[in-house]
Design a protein around this ligand. Sequence first.
Ligand SMILES: Cc1cc2nc3c(=O)[nH]c(=O)nc-3n(C[C@H](O)[C@H](O)[C@H](O)COP(=O)(O)OP(=O)(O)OC[C@H]3O[C@@H](n4cnc5c(N)ncnc54)[C@H](O)[C@@H]3O)c2cc1C
Length: 294
Amino acid sequence: MSLYKNYYLSHHIEDALQALADAPGTTRIIAGGTDLLLDLKQGRHLPVDTLVDVSQVEELSTLEVREGRIFIGASVPLNRIVSNDLVKTHLAALVEACELIGGPQVRNTATLGGNVAHALPAADGTIAMLALGAQAQIASLDGHRLVAMEDLFLGPGKSALDPKKDLLVGFFMPLQLAGQSSTFKRVMRPQGVALPILNMAAWLERQDGIIRKIRLSLGPAGPTPFRARKTESVLIGKEVNDTTISAAQQVLLDEAKFRTSPARATADYRKKLAIILLEDVLKAVWKQADRIRS
Ligand SMILES: Cc1cc2nc3c(=O)[nH]c(=O)nc-3n(C[C@H](O)[C@H](O)[C@H](O)COP(=O)(O)OP(=O)(O)OC[C@H]3O[C@@H](n4cnc5c(N)ncnc54)[C@H](O)[C@@H]3O)c2cc1C
């Protein structure tokens, strides 16, 4: 049985948007297809009439410095992100996340836009970009808009994008300045193929021996990719030491909602991992930010 009836290969944002609007029945964007085709095949996704392929749209495959920030197109495959010097210099957390996704074949095809649009609470690329302060650029026939990553998600597997109207164009992330650093870590079952037991990313700015700014994200720790804002607030103005880490761990356990998932881990196990990962990421970014002074 065919997984879809029509396949439309678009070359420009406008013709992709027009195809989404005009195609009869249900329509979905497809990029690498590593999530969508599997979901269709295994019955986790309702049948689709038309797939609109955006993998060949030039604007969506751009990776460059734009308006003083890094722009990564939604259709840029993960292997390009991992090997790009600009990304390696400025967005360490994203490199560390993307190089753990799947194996080489998956990374050759899977895109950053697909990782985000699938809206899973523990998607590795998404969690890294949340800590990196990413903004998503979205196109519709009404024009373009910028949306903070945190506002893109409504629930597990449910993004704020209208599948009939909205196209993710790409993501803007700030360049890394002196005293800033980021990292990503995760715990995965050895035989696990898709999502981690728990992941965590941190970005911070260290100045005069204290944390000036920090963003911390993790998943799964709620119905959507989670930004740990209360934990961030107890860390601002402090240095990273055993006392501050311990205070932050308590707040994190309070604000994150860990759940038991039969195939991966219990909520209690995730709590234990959260304590360990938080100490690991904080110590790593703190040390690294001290090295990146100029
Ligand atoms: C073996 C295997 C291992 C994996 N391991 C991991 C892992 O360790 N960690 C992890 O996070 N993920 C993992 N994944 C999941 C997957 O590879 C990623 O989520 C991938 O980045 C999805 O990108 P894609 O281009 O393949 O998306 P697609 O499958 O093409 O699309 C996914 C969703 O995004 C939408 N979409 C795609 N592009 C756009 C766009 N430009 N605008 C709007 N909507 C869009 C589609 O309509 C669809 O709903 C794994 C998958 C496989 C098969």
